[in-house]
Design a binder for this molecule. Structure first.
Ligand code: GDP
Length: 309
């Protein structure tokens, strides 16, 4: 399936959860009324390994036969490496900004990282229904922020949508259109964000997020760079120097579908999946076919890892 991997960067309360909920609703993807429960997983092993827990989650919607994986980013500056690792799984970002509040200093860090790794943001000015909305000024503030963060000309030439996530619409002007929906946002993501990168060759995936699941044990999440992976397949884990960390059997593969993670029969290149069954492989390790000897180059990281779900 045609894939897009994106992240939404937003200051807390600027409406990310509400928007994602509407995206799920309007795409007809699986939806629950409840928000995703954010929960810290506990595990002796992983606890020792990380010391801290960053909550992250992902959602996946299908629009016109294109799957859009939406990865959450921590809303503020975190310990070294997490934000880069999460952003390394995506090919585009939506910078969602409250039309009254404007860009907040806390989002600067994440936006800066996104620009630095070369992502070309879409800017969505949200909550234009607020009586105190000042969309045009906020656009200028976003532009100034990008410029201050050394954005390239291409990045400064960002596409802009205005809208109200709560009222379920986004459009090219701040006035609510007759046919109020989010199709403009879906279409812009599909047009502006390149299809998920896929390389040639056998299965390879950079471990990006690590968590402990009470039923499945250790779960590693990442974007499949090449090839496919199936349950029961024997795979290898390489550290950053290419040394074999372990060889083991995949017990389960999960992918984001709606707001849930569901078991899948085959993980395909480009998709963001979670793999259970390995016992040592960790963040920044390469999970791969037995034939692979060269690890994927990871961003330099600090020891802390990220817990999802
Ligand atoms: P998050 O912290 O970014 O996930 O923000 P939420 O989605 O939880 O929204 C924060 C608050 O803003 C809630 O009270 C929402 O009802 C409200 N909100 C979300 N979208 C809109 C919008 O389009 N317009 C207005 N006026 N309020 C909104």
């Amino acid at each position: 399936m045609n894939l897009r991997n994106i992240a939404i960067i937003a200051h807390v309360d600027h409406g990310k959860t509400t928007l994602v909920d509407k995206l799920l609703q309007q795409s007809g993807s699986f939806r629950e009324n409840q928000r995703v429960a954010e929960r810290v997983m506990d595990s002796g092993d992983i606890e020792k390994e990380r010391g801290i827990t960053i909550l992250a989650k992902a959602t996946s919607v299908v629009w016109k036969d294109i799957r859009i994986n939406i990865v959450d980013t921590p809303g503020h500056a975190d310990f070294g490496g997490e934000v880069e690792r999460i952003l390394s799984m995506v090919d585009g970002v939506i910078v969602l900004v409250d039309a009254a509040e404007g860009p907040m200093p806390q989002t600067k860090f994440v936006v800066g990282k996104a620009l630095k790794i070369g992502l070309r943001p879409i800017v969505a000015i949200n909550k234009v229904d607020r009586p105190d909305a000042r969309a045009n000024e906020v656009i200028n503030e976003v532009f100034d922020l990008f410029a201050a963060l050394d954005a390239t000309d291409d990045q400064l030439d960002f596409p802009i949508l205005y809208g109200s996530g709560r009222n379920g619409w986004m459009a090219e002007t701040p006035e609510q259109p007759e046919n109020a929906d989010l199709s403009a946002l879906f279409d812009l993501v599909v047009r502006h964000v390149p299809p998920a990168k896929v390389e040639e060759g056998p299965f390879r995936m950079l471990g990006t997020l690590l968590e402990a699941n009470p039923f499945l044990g250790r779960i590693i999440t990442g974007r499949i760079a090449a090839g496919t992976v199936k349950p029961n397949q024997t795979i290898k884990v390489l550290d950053r120097e290419g040394k074999v960390v372990e060889t083991g059997r995949v017990s389960k593969i999960l992918a984001f579908r709606g707001i849930e993670r569901q078991p899948i029969e085959v993980g395909e290149a480009g998709d963001i999946v979670s793999i259970a069954g390995l016992v040592k492989g960790s963040v920044a390790d390469t999970f791969c076919d037995a034939a692979v000897d060269t690890p994927i180059q990871a961003q330099p990281i600090d020891p802390p890892t990220v817990t999802m779900s």
